[in-house]
Write a new protein. Sequence first.
Length: 295
Amino acid sequence: MVRVGGRVLAISNLDKVLWPEQGYTKGDLIAYYQAVAPSLLPYLKDRPVSLERYPDGVDRPGFFEKNAPPGLPRWVKTITLASDGPRARIRYILCNDTATLAYLANLAAITLHVWMSRAGSLDRPDFVLFDLDTGDGCTLGTLSTVALAVRDALRSRRLTGVVKTTGGSGLHVFVWTAGRDTYERAKRLTHDVALQVQTALPDLVTLERRVVKRPPGRVYLDWVQMGRGKTVVMPFTVRARDQAPVSMPLSWEQVEKWGRSRVRDTAAYFARWNIANVPGLLHRRGDPWRIRGTR
């Protein structure tokens, strides 16, 4: 039994290895999330969360869990919403404090996938998401070029975009909107910007949803990711991948430096930001998104 943020909760199996290649344990995961909690929690606050759990480690099958698990402490905040799935209603967890974050990490919930809108305004996202996925043979330089084109297309509309790694091989660009627009209007923006960028860079960008139809070496601009109930990982969230990578907020200056890079394994490159070093980097440099006053 430990006390976290004024709450008492049971923590178990801290030595359970979740990343066999690196030897990172569940205790390491809990420690990481507690270290970055002051920066992470504002991004998670009041957003319904779906858990991606790996109780046997990332080299074994995991599972998604939307409905709050049995035995949930009474102090964990939740919101119950109607569902189109097998359950008529889903009781989502709201990860609003350090104790809840520790509780979820103790469940081996490595990745927290959250809604783009918050309780109280679930029909209005407070940001617009541009999801840049790399195809086979796509280089870091190509990804950089496309991301900068998205930034410039947004600037032409007098909008400010910020960028982060997904924790996988791609990048996310966010535009914070303070809940001014509906999901429908946000999706229209993602479509219009994606079409503009694809028209400007036809040899680098594809809008083809079917993977087998996508030309190699291009970036897929996934403009349909906006929608009520769809989820995304927020900055500093851990991904259930080898090396325990973290979705890391970046400056545009960093992205500009990759313009000539021929690196093809972008996932391995982005794994340089992981649970071992991100707390130290955050302590020394702060959150690039907050520094620039974009939230």
